[in-house]
Design a protein. Sequence first.
Length: 132
Amino acid sequence: MKKIIFIIFLLTIFSINFLYSGTTNETIKISKAYSYPNPFDNNKEVTHIKFVLSSDVTNRNGDISVIIYDFNGKKVWSKIEKGVKINPNETKEFIWGGENDLGNKVPKGLYFAKIIIEANNTCYKVIKILIK
């Protein structure tokens, strides 16, 4: 019984250190992530990938990335904004025109947008995008 309690204690400590790897225990989270229009026709339109940041902090600088993957998990497109001010309940937006990193239109199908916020903690959210 003592070994089980000790193992649980160690796991708890390591998980807390992992979750709060920054200098403070303030966290940033992504809520209300979506794209509009969805589905969209990449020959006529672009889609707006929007998400709301929920945070315990104000005026925190961080990096925001959006990476688009195809159905097979292959990276298609990415955009990174470094040193972005992150404030509570702030809506951020990235625009994707349905092209790859080389600027070529991607075929119709299902894609996944992974939104990554790196500040004092790292969080991410994945949404589905359909090209018709």
